[in-house]
Write a protein that binds this ligand. Structure first.
Ligand code: B1M
Length: 208
């Protein structure tokens, strides 16, 4: 599957148009959207992550890579959502206050929509009150909280605490690179998912 390697290279180079074109080419070759996401788009973003950590690339490169990733995602997203025949439940999701990372959250959203869930995206930098307001307004069965920084993980705890009054009506799922099952248990979340595909499995389990 040489095209997946080409996608990775184009993404790491931040070439959004090329990623878009190659993602379509991969689909035309019969590669599944999930494989393209996991083995092409996410795999490349992970490499960028390591390079960012090692100071081999800097914020601008990361941002253009993220934009290229979104360009690829835009191509596969309609296919993920195409088989969303029935409404499986509503998820309100956001990245916690102080945290601007949304690539992983957006992937979770795509996978959840693909699995037939209705998703209300609160975006990034979401304060506890906004989560509460959205639960009041949309009456979801699920609330998803994402955090990518160790410094914002405690905001996740505050969000879980802020939703205490609704716990008989909602299940709370958490995720993000620094989050673990142990942390999820400690803050009283109902579940933790390490990646977007597992988030769908978890949502199904929590609502079963
Ligand atoms: Co940031 N950043 N960043 N960054 N950034 C990390 C997270 C970091 C690990 C990089 C590093 O140093 N190695 C580090 C955090 C260190 C720490 O806290 N321990 C870091 C830092 C320090 C920062 C800044 C402070 C840098 C600075 O300004 N000095 C700053 C903070 C800004 C802020 O939020 N207030 C910052 C800024 C940025 C950018 C804006 C440049 C950009 C974000 C762009 C955007 O999101 N629109 C960015 C990026 C892209 C990254 C890295 C490189 C990649 C993150 C990513 O998108 N990964 C990241 C390094 C890394 O993770 N290796 C890094 C791909 C994505 C698919 O994975 O988000 O983990 P992830 O999501 C996965 C799972 O975690 C899970 O499913 C997803 C798909 O499988 N998941 C869930 C996520 N949410 C879930 C929710 C669920 C379930 C599963 O249920 C609800």
């Amino acid at each position: 599957m040489a095209v997946l390697e080409e996608i990775k290279e184009a993404l790491m180079a931040g070439n959004a148009n090329k990623v878009k074109e190659l993602t379509q080419k991969a689909l035309d070759e019969g590669i599944t959207p999930t494989t393209i996401i996991n083995d092409g788009l996410i795999a490349a973003m992970n490499i960028i992550g390591v390079k960012f950590k090692n100071n081999e690339v800097y914020v601008p490169e990361v941002l253009v890579a993220a934009r290229a990733m979104h360009a690829g995602m835009d191509v596969v997203k309609p296919l993920l959502t195409a088989d969303a025949m029935e409404d499986k439940g509503t998820l309100v999701i956001g990245t916690v206050k102080g945290d601007l990372h949304d690539i992983g959250k957006n992937l979770v959203i795509m996978m959840m929509e693909g699995a037939g869930f209705k998703v209300v995206d609160l975006g990034i930098d979401v304060p506890v009150e906004k989560f509460v307001q959205a639960v009041e307004e949309h009456k979801p069965q699920l609330v998803g909280i994402s955090a990518l920084l160790t410094s914002t993980m405690m905001q996740m705890k505050k969000t879980v605490e802020g939703l205490a009054a609704y716990r008989d009506k909602i299940k709370i799922m958490v995720g993000g690179a620094p989050v673990t099952q142990k942390f999820a248990d400690e803050i009283g979340a109902d579940g933790y998912a390490p990646d977007a595909a597992s988030a769908v499995d978890l949502a199904r389990q929590l609502l079963a």
